[in-house]
Design a protein around this ligand. Structure first.
Ligand code: CU
Length: 149
């Protein structure tokens, strides 16, 4: 009886850990100190759609300490950050109709949150992807790796 219970427990742990790795959503926080709370986000190409929620846990206004979440390949990241700055606040600091932008949220301020979805099957497993905040001056610090599995 003891052995059976142990096996059932092990099976359920194995199941929950594989369910966790297939999670097709993530939440990332930005704060008033120019920080994201995650330096990596894992995405599986088996997800039909990946849902990304950005929460601004600070109190400063979007005009002062706005944050967004922009995804590009790592080689494109800095050039898109520059183009985003040039595109200005009216475009949420994201260059419009730019093929290099894989996904992007709008700019939000303290206390706000926003969610976008993108199709991970268009990404390459093992490829180099960087996410960042394109608010002017933030991208050098507010960035992380999107790991595609
Ligand atoms: Cu920012």
């Amino acid at each position: 009886m003891r052995w059976i219970l142990g096996t059932a427990l092990a099976a359920s742990l194995a199941f929950s850990s594989s369910a966790w790795s297939q999670d097709c959503a993530a939440t990332i926080e930005g704060n008033d100190a120019l920080q994201f709370n995650l330096s990596e986000i894992n995405v599986s190409t088996s997800c039909d759609s990946f849902s990304l929620t950005l929460k601004h846990v600070g109190t400063l206004a979007a005009t002062v300490m706005g944050h967004n979440w922009v995804l590009t390949t790592t080689p494109d990241f800095e050039a898109v950050a520059m183009a985003g700055m040039a595109a200005g606040v009216d475009n949420n600091y994201v260059p419009p109709d730019d093929q290099r932008v894989i996904a992007a949220t709008k700019i939000i301020g303290g206390g706000e949150e926003t969610t976008i979805s993108f199709d991970p099957s268009e990404l390459t497993a093992g490829g180099a992807y960087t996410y960042f905040c394109s608010f002017p001056g933030h991208y050098a610090i507010m960035k992380g790796k999107l790991i595609v599995e």
